[in-house]
Design a protein around this ligand. Sequence first.
Ligand SMILES: [Zn+2]
Length: 617
Amino acid sequence: MFKTGASLRRIVTCLGVALVFVACGGDGGSGSGSGAPAAVPTTLVPAPSPVLTVAIGTALESVPSVTLKDQYGAGMANVWIQWTPSSGNIFADSSLTNANGTATSGTWTLGTVSGLQTLTARAGALSVVAMAANVSPGPMVGLVTVSTTVTGVVGSTLSTPASVKAVDKYGNGVPNIFVQFAMWAGNGSITGNRQATNENGIATVGSWKLGPLSGQQSIRADDHITGATTMVHATALPAPASQFVVIDGNAQTGQAGKRLCTSPIIAVRDQYGNGIGQIPIVFAPGAGSGTVTEASVVSNAGNGYAAVGTWTLSGSVTQTLVVTSPAVPGASLTLTATVAPGVAFSVCTRYLGASGTPRQRQAVTTAVQRWQRVIAGHAQTSTLAENANRCFPGQPAINEVVEDLLLFVQIAPMDGPGTMVARAGPCAVHLPSGLTQMGLLQLDSADLELLLGQGTLDNLVTHELGHVLGFGTLWYSQNVLSGAGTNDPFFTGASARAQFALLPNSYAGTPVPVEGTGEIGTRDAHWRHAVFNTELMQGFTAPNMPMSRVTVGSLADLGYVVDVSKADAFSFPSTARASTTTATALVRDVLDTDIWGSTKNGRRVLVQGARNPLVWR
Ligand SMILES: [Zn+2]
């Protein structure tokens, strides 16, 4: 049989240069020549080697070998065999086959991954596992949390497994460790609380039923032998929204045609009381129940709260606001509001903190209602924007429309028993009316029980509210006080003077006499005690403090619409009776602060500065 010249040359070349047979074999395998083919690597045969079971990190003493054979079954010498461990290190990663075609690896030091590790021999495209070892994990050193995204609905049994893993120092799972599970947070319950780790080192609690509170709930896993511990946290999602509850602003009393003081707030909750956000809420006034702004809102993601913008009442005595949601069919909540008959002047009372006892708060309500009987008309509605703490410490930031008067009330310790018992006055006024828009009423909680026992608490609070309205406090900006700082100051308003003249009196000086003695904040800010005796707005408390027509007239002089017929019966005493035995002087009971107003175009105006030298000398 003849061969072509090219084929002969290839055979001769390959025989003469056996070291490079791989390349020749490649050519021969794909060549088109005929005749006896060159030797090519065909099989890689491992020497028999048992699968070892060894500890992590062991350096194997017995080293594997493989034999490379050609297509005729003959060993092929001088071929590089590459050795690749699945884990760990090999002393030399390649070695040459000997005359029999056999190559031996260097020492294999096993890696730190437990389970089956292999050492693979390769010659060109041929490969074979030369040796395998089952590597056991090292001693357990800790527990780690496997389940990091456990999520379910409150009150339900989790479908997501809650698992932990016992690990050796390399992080390999350690089987047959007994793990104790226990509830840690969330008031849920578990079953199967003692579990052995499986072949992968993992222990899974039997079941976990979440408690009723949404948020994070936790179970704890312990290995009591090593003291190892870890936690599994679950995110408990609220159950479906099923109810609306009142948070604030229900059952208020307001005036026809005006906004309610507090915009109602409700919360969307599930059956367990968890707040649910992102629920569309509709606020709908009932028949004859006025109008609302921002009637459609979405509940707050944090607490499920939803607030209507403002609720402006109509004239009906009882009005309703119905809360529903297209996302919560069948659920609804009805809020109510009442229109106070005959009240024209709005007072929105806001307590700061946990101010006062119910009886003390009742005194505030009584005082507000007393002045509302006297002030017969609306003052002004305007927008109030104030930074927090501008007027007094603890004042919240404000940006809202105020109908007549926004009254902050703080009942807290001021200076202990005695001396100051209260302090009150305006912080901001409506413009252009100049009437109080926002004011503060502070009562010293250390004095109030004594005053209540003396029967003067209601009088005191009514007196202080008079200062908030402007008595003795807006006299300077309204220019109705003369002779301030002298021993004969007097009020110059025409209405008060007219009412003073209508009441029989023997006063020979210039009416209306204002206090010209006493502590700062008492003088120049009250009626003269020696003339007015126990009248409401002189500077000493008494069990009976009638609100005279003169006081009501003085409010008209400030700009209020008043009804003098609602004043209390009052007559001036003879000078012989002009004294009291249980009186408490109202020391420094006039709030000293800057009084600001905002013009219609939003410009801020300082109407009256703090520490007015006429009051504070
Ligand atoms: Zn006073």
